[in-house]
Write a protein that binds this ligand. Sequence first.
Ligand SMILES: NC(=O)c1ccc[n+]([C@@H]2O[C@H](COP(=O)([O-])OP(=O)(O)OC[C@H]3O[C@@H](n4cnc5c(N)ncnc54)[C@H](OP(=O)(O)O)[C@@H]3O)[C@@H](O)[C@H]2O)c1
Length: 242
Amino acid sequence: MNPTTHDPLQDAHVVVFGGATGIGLATATAAHARGARVTLVGRTPAKLAIAAAPLGARTAVADITDRRAVEAVFAKGDPIDHLVITAGTLGGGPLAVSDPDVLLAALQERIAGSLYAIKAALPLMPPTGSIVLTGGQLSDRPAAGLSVVAAAVRGIEALAQALALELKPIRVNVIAPGFVDTPLFDGLGEAARSGLLAQAAQTLPGGRIGQADEVAQAILLLLVNSYMNGEVLHVDGGGRLV
Ligand SMILES: NC(=O)c1ccc[n+]([C@@H]2O[C@H](COP(=O)([O-])OP(=O)(O)OC[C@H]3O[C@@H](n4cnc5c(N)ncnc54)[C@H](OP(=O)(O)O)[C@@H]3O)[C@@H](O)[C@H]2O)c1
């Protein structure tokens, strides 16, 4: 950026649900590098503390599916310029052998959680503010065993586009990542994790999966480009096409 141009992120306050690791942390780090003040929200105090230290970030502990906990994050009334929601887990499982209530957690995290966070943040946001929700490649390329996650990420797109009309002039956009190398897959165990990601890389035109910072840069574009609204921005290495 031309040093004489004012960066809209300079001195902006960016709140990131899911900011302790992965895409959320990369977004917070990139925003901080451009002069933003960041608040990281997640469920695990130790992870938040490690992530926040180099950024001088404020942290808040909240499960995004817990409405009261989410409201408490905003209780101090600190104004917010941008709300980024990347909180989410891998989840899923084949319906035939899974408890539907467990599968529905994907909707709680993404749809209910986004609604709780947006509703609580709204009174603190200026008309120039913006919101980024997280969808994913599964919206266009569903996978067996991830039916409810696919429904959730498709639903996030509809939610964001309707809210872009309803919350105007606050902008609401979606980032839709493909396979990205983050701690999201850590619960699978190292062998399964590296096998899955290697297989995904093979199918992609570029022969590799993405890095969190590549998604973070696209999220920052959604934050600063004031004519992007109701957009679903794909950062998937062409994963929707193969
Ligand atoms: N990586 C990919 O390939 C990929 C692809 C498509 C979409 N996505 C989506 O992108 C988003 C970010 O994922 P990531 O890859 O950056 O994974 P990640 O590193 O695991 O980040 C997810 C973050 O969300 C937090 N979180 C999880 N559940 C939460 C909850 N209920 N309330 C509050 N915070 C919660 C986690 O911290 P705590 O567990 O400590 O709360 C973690 O810091 C997720 O929604 C994921 O589904 C990722």
